[in-house]
Design a protein around this ligand. Sequence first.
Ligand SMILES: [Zn+2]
Length: 128
Amino acid sequence: MSDSVQETKIIFCNVCKVSTNHVFRARYARPHFNFDGGYVSENYEARAFIWSCAGCDEATFESQLLELNQGEEEWGDYFPARQQEGLRQRKFFQNLKPDLNQLYEDVVACLNNDRLLLFTIGLRALEF
Ligand SMILES: [Zn+2]
């Protein structure tokens, strides 16, 4: 029997629809590359994690950007986006053609990710 302790983190699970323990599966870190300036920043580090829900085993990807000189202040994001309150769920239409179904799915994703210009364009396209 192993003495190792499993690393866990409480994250909202899109499948279970509640915050659950997520089990650590993998980690990757590298210096942050500044695409605008074209240089590698020594003050920032980009980290990525893979977690799996302890309830349903659904995988979640987490990306973080850490400012190393400021007490490891971090900004993080999850993929797919957490579907907590405020996010729209897509509805299912039986007779929707595949291309319109894909457009509808993309429109809902744009709305949930604050891509309002793309959301508006997609919504207009759905009306025709
Ligand atoms: Zn779950």
